[in-house]
Design a protein around this ligand. Sequence first.
Ligand SMILES: [Zn+2]
Length: 257
Amino acid sequence: MLTVPLDGDVARAANWRARLTHRLARHLRTSPATLAPATPLVSFTFDDVPVCAATTGAQMMEAHGARGTFYISGGLIGTQALHWRVADADQIVALHEAGHEIGSHTYSHVFVPNLRSQDIVAESQRNATCLRAIVPGLTLESFALPYGFGSLAAKKTLASIYRTSRGIVPGLNVGRADLQLLNAHPLMDGRTDAARIARMMDEALEKKGWLVFYGHDVVENPSPYGCSPALLEAALRAASDRGIACVPVAEALRRSL
Ligand SMILES: [Zn+2]
């Protein structure tokens, strides 16, 4: 059984130095861009990725005409983690063929601020090699920071590899933004609810912004890092009721620049 800490589990994963580095990284943009989508957008993203997200979660999105982004660490594929079994190669192929985006999350699910630039590159290349052995020719444009933590140096390196890096800092993505630290809201029953999500959708509509959600498992009685099918359904309905398109991160970026 893996004991890798999970993305929401920031307090356990981060030491004071990483926190300081991350705080600086939050406030200093390394890849500034102006995001101005013609219509409001939502991206549902799932990290690691549990089997139930790759099956239940993906099918629920597809039923709404939505597609999401699944950030995968090659080293976790098919393994049993603390709270879930991780999707296997066939499930990753199915996601890709259904039109979902496969994103990168380092090969070893490693804490990026502790890595040297060449180690970030090596982790990225190893993950790309692994994922392209599963989906030949796969393009990897989008990255999610394991545990949500970055650093200035990491963001600069990641900018040379990926178009975006998604963090776990809440907020709507609109106007001035840092492509190497996209804001994202938790899609987790313990941290949000349907009413709060509806208000975020209203704000996205009003400000014509890009709303990103992140989560892990999609199951009844989810882990602290995941959501119930009911919460995902509520979020999908909130988007469709408002006519907000739910598209993968790479596609949302193309529509926002
Ligand atoms: Zn993760």
